[in-house]
Design a protein around this ligand. Structure first.
Ligand code: ADP
Length: 432
């Protein structure tokens, strides 16, 4: 019990005792005690009334000046009020700062509640998404952004990747939209204008495609002449080595141009591919035959077919995946090594794998070898006729098939490249 409360109890006991003595003296102790208790009750009621008026009517100003325990209670309430007023001011200032910073943001920001209704948005959302403050607050976002892609994105609840969509205000503005869940079921929709970035990216791919296309004819002519010179028995002895080297380099340029054109074709391809059922056994045997004379001394090669299920995919793209993985295995595996290419499928999906007992890849390179022109060992890659684009092509084709590439490798022991296809890409005759 605090000092104030102790004093209040003491005062009450003393007043009661005095009233009892006076009551006994007058021969009416109960009447004195009753009058005293009534007076105490009235005094408390009056203080409660003053306190209530002060709390409910802000115009009252200063807290009522009451002695004793009431004064103590009122003082504590006044202290709490002062603290909460200060906190309110701080929060209001913070809110103003937050509003100012989100208004300055070039990206659209929209706060959605559990029912996907709009709770708040910034001015960039008006510019990029066409939201109007008076009209759209409280509306469901999918009633306002009606593109089917956006509705699916919102309903599927898989927000790992951003969604590319045209602005509902201007068709020529491309947006990258992303939803970030937070709190209890709330979500933040962010949309960024990427029109300029997309234009530059298109310029880059168009340039690579056009340059490769233009280089194609001169390189074919050069390769043709060098090929005939290379096989010409009358070629002067001092020209034999230079012509052979020129022929090799021209062939490399030809492969580079072919790979660059293939990458451009894949980049320009719609995300929807024309999928047909592919018999994997036939495909793997065909590809094995194609690469079987890549080198003079080939490692031992075999095909393993653990399922006759067909793969639903684009034949030329998947042929290119198998060719790239298998030719890499051949180029990086010594003649006394072994290579296996295989296919298996079950209810969870399909796997195409290429396993070799070759050079392997250092751990630091594994994450990067699917980047264009990234080579684990640049000298070895060039010497073996590599373009540095093979795995980039593989990755791109797999993305178009909703598949992923998994690389397991140990330097000096070999590598396994596994392409994992989702069950939706396996034709129904699965027979694992
Ligand atoms: P490259 O034409 O250089 O082979 P790729 O894109 O096909 O280009 O491969 C990138 C790099 O990955 C290669 O330079 C090599 O270091 C590494 N690599 C790919 N496949 C294998 C493999 N089977 N064994 C060892 N290293 C490999």
């Amino acid at each position: 019990m605090t000092g104030e409360w102790g004093a209040a109890v003491r005062r009450l006991v003393l007043a009661g005792a005095i009233l009892l003595v006076l009551g006994l003296w007058q021969g009416r102790p109960f009447v004195f005690l009753l009058v005293g208790a009534l007076a105490y009750l009235l005094w408390n009621l009056f203080n409660l009334y003053r306190l209530d008026r002060w709390i409910t009517d802000p115009a009252e100003g200063n807290p009522p000046d009451v002695p004793g325990i009431w004064g103590h209670v009122i003082y504590s309430i006044a202290a709490i009020q002062r603290k909460s007023r200060k906190q309110k001011k701080r929060m209001a200032k913070l809110l103003v700062e937050f509003r100012k910073s989100t208004e300055a943001m070039p990206d659209a920001a929209v706060v959605l509640d559990k029912q996907d209704q709009i709770s708040w948005f910034n001015s960039a959302a008006t510019r990029l998404l066409g939201l109007a403050s008076g009209r759209d607050l409280g509306q469901r976002i999918d009633n306002l952004l009606r593109a089917p892609g956006f509705r699916n994105y919102l309903q599927n609840r898989d927000f790992d990747q951003p969604l590319l969509m045209a602005s509902p205000v201007r068709d020529d503005v491309l947006l990258s939209a992303r939803i970030i869940p937070y709190g209890k079921g709330q979500r933040l929709l962010l949309a960024r204008d990427i029109t300029e970035r997309a234009r530059l990216e298109r310029m880059r791919t168009d340039f690579v495609a056009n340059a490769s296309h233009e280089l194609r004819t001169p390189i074919t002519v050069l390769t043709g002449y060098l090929e005939s010179m290379h096989h010409d028995p009358e070629l002067a002895a001092q020209w034999q080595i230079p012509v052979e080297e020129m022929h090799r380099q021209a062939q490399r340029m030809d492969r580079l141009v072919t790979d660059l054109l293939e990458l451009s074709r894949l980049e320009a391809a719609d995300t929807q591919i024309k999928a047909v059922p592919i018999d994997m056994e036939t495909l793997l045997h065909d590809v094995l035959r194609d690469v079987s004379n890549l080198r003079d001394h080939m490692p031992e090669m075999s095909v393993s077919i653990a399922s006759n299920a067909m793969l639903l995919g684009e034949p030329s793209g998947l042929r290119s995946v198998c060719q790239n993985l298998l030719s890499n295995a051949v180029r990086y595996t010594p003649a006394d090594g072994r290579i296996e290419i295989g296919w298996r499928a079950d209810a969870n999906g399909g796997q195409l794998w290429v396993d070799d007992t070759g050079a392997g890849i250092e751990a630091e390179h594994v994450d990067r070898i699917t980047e264009r022109f990234y080579r684990g060992d640049a000298g070895r890659s060039r010497d073996s006729g590599g373009t540095g684009l093979g795995l980039a092509i593989v990755k791109h084709v797999l993305e178009l098939h909703d598949a992923s590439l998994e690389i397991a490798s140990e330097p000096g022991r070999g590598s396994t490249f596994t392409c994992r296809f989702p069950s939706g890409r396996i034709a129904s005759s699965t027979n694992a």
